[in-house]
Design a protein around this ligand. Sequence first.
Ligand code: DGL
Length: 270
Amino acid sequence: MPIGVFDSGLGGLTILRSLQRRLPDQAFVYLGDNANTPYGTRDAYDVFDLTTKSVQTLFDKGCELVIIACNTASASALHRMQVSWLPEGHKRVLGVFVPMIENLTRRDWGDNAPPTHTGLENVAVFATQSTIESAAFPREMKFRARDVNVVGHACDGLVDAIESGDRALSMALVEQHVSALLSRLPKPQAAVLGCTHYPIVESMFRAALPEGTKLLSQPAIVAEATSDYLKRHPRYKEVGDTAYYTTGAVEKVGRMAEMFLGQMVNWQKV
Ligand code: DGL
């Protein structure tokens, strides 16, 4: 069966592209909830309702494994979905959040041993307002890594600037947000771009961050983790192409998506 990839809009395409490169034969179904984007300024209840609705749409399209390629939905809705919403059987929902924590702390998600020294002292997280407010990132980091200081910053306005293709505004916002974070954490060891839109402006973050800060690439990390997951759970593999769905206006979404995908694809309305 195809693997479902869900995002509030177009940001998840950065994850999808990386998945397509890592797993070139795999069939995918992408769904962007462009009619309701952005999620980053919504409360957790709203994000849960919208996310479950879209994941159900992907289940109805035959996907049994769905990747939530949205940090906001992963941080504020995924845990509740896994505990109280998922039906019995083989349907699974994974998020983009867990592989980042595993990569940074070098510990498996299921490892519930007390926090250890991981060598990590200062980590910067750039994300949407909802993701930062969920506090999921610092909570899960501290659960595994002793002595780690996680400083998060909500990059207001950046998702809209990226979606509108305004490079100058995106650059100004990245500089402003990085500088605000650096005033609280002058020398981060590592920086996490905790929003699936941000890889589009990764070079701007790299230029604004101090030299030596390790910038984690979420699309590559998620693709590697998915490939590992499929080795352990081959039932979710299926050879095929990618189908693209949106809850929004097909023509407009198609035009905007070209910037994320580097090519025109055929979008269908759900
Ligand atoms: N793609 C979402 C994320 O990774 C951000 C976009 C939105 O606010 O909906 O958090």
